[in-house]
Design a protein around this ligand. Sequence first.
Ligand code: NAD
Ligand code: IPM
Ligand code: MN
Length: 366
Amino acid sequence: TITKKVLMLPGDGIGPEVMRQVQRVMDWMAKKRDINFDVTEGLIGGASIDAHNNPLTDETLADAMAADAVLLGAVGGPKWDNIPFDIKPERGLLKIRKEMGLFANLRPALVFDALVGASTLKEDVVKGLDIMILRELTGGIYFGQPRGIEERDGVRFGFNTLVYSEPEIERIARVAFDMAMKRNKRLCSVDKANVLESTVLWREVVERVAREFPEVDISHMYVDNAAMQLVRNPKQFDVMVTTNMFGDILSDCAAMLTGSLGMLPSASLGAADETGARKALYEPVHGSAPDIAGQDLANPLATLLSFAMMLRYSFDMGDDATMIETAVQNVLKGGLRTADIMQPGMAKVSTSVMGEAVINELNKLV
Ligand code: NAD
Ligand code: IPM
Ligand code: MN
């Protein structure tokens, strides 16, 4: 039996609620599968601010660096709306991504057959959808300098800088092409090269890397059009690669193709070291959902599917990952729905009942 060190960072709002369901699945796996999890729990975001006046302490960061993988719930909420910008919950999340070097954020949008009717879009538009949005995660306007709010000649300015270096673009492009090679060999790079020089360079570098991957059908699209095309005909895409902020926006948009933001998992990966190992953090795409927090209403599936991604990408346990995905699919087929994916004639269940149902299905699969 192998043992993997996992750092769990439940965070705020619905974070701890959805994380509890993953913990149950981990306990189940420890009993039934060939793996043991050495789990440490840590604080991040508002929870860490409350305890340490700091959204990410050096201790949590050190634990993250020492772990085989990190699983995160969500951070933020109205409670911390009025604290200084530099110690807001979201700063903790951005810092852990940056410090761990997690430049590649995989956000797959997959429509489960049972949920085709849960999307706000027409069934034939989303049925069978399986796309991968690859978001650059440690650069771009989120991190560019200079940034701030300053007064000049009696006028206040708020400013951020959208900047990408060639190496930053090249490494995310390589991940994108590698991924396209493993999928349907179609890659769409999304930019705003008609307006922004940083993405003129982006397009140029993506084109250059493309020459090393002649089998991949590469296309480029402006982000405004890409947002429209995602809703008009999402199945035209296979892999999409884009900048930090465009990827943030497009992935929430893609979430609604699947029925709910509560269905979208993600993996954030660093560069491979000499042994091929990568730093990795897994988290749902959604946030702390303050509007439903504390009510056992949240959909835990995005976090559970993020855990499945951990098994696949960090622990080379693709079969176990598939088993969890199959269990989720079977629960949905059986008609159970959390409120966000509720459909007529289905049974509305809580966060914890959904978690329990996944365990029941897992038991049928072993
Ligand atoms: P949000 O993703 O938290 O919520 C948006 C909407 O989706 C809400 O109506 C919410 O109820 C719903 N929703 C989200 N996840 C759900 C789930 N699992 N099940 C059912 N419904 C779900 O976005 P927001 O409201 O813009 O932000 C709230 C807070 O979360 C803010 O502080 C924001 O900064 C933070 N946030 C954190 C992360 C993260 O930790 N990765 C991501 C996005 C937002
Ligand atoms: C996400 C979130 C974060 C982001 C925020 C909370 C910093 O929206 O993970 O998608 O913008 O990256
Ligand atoms: Mn987001």
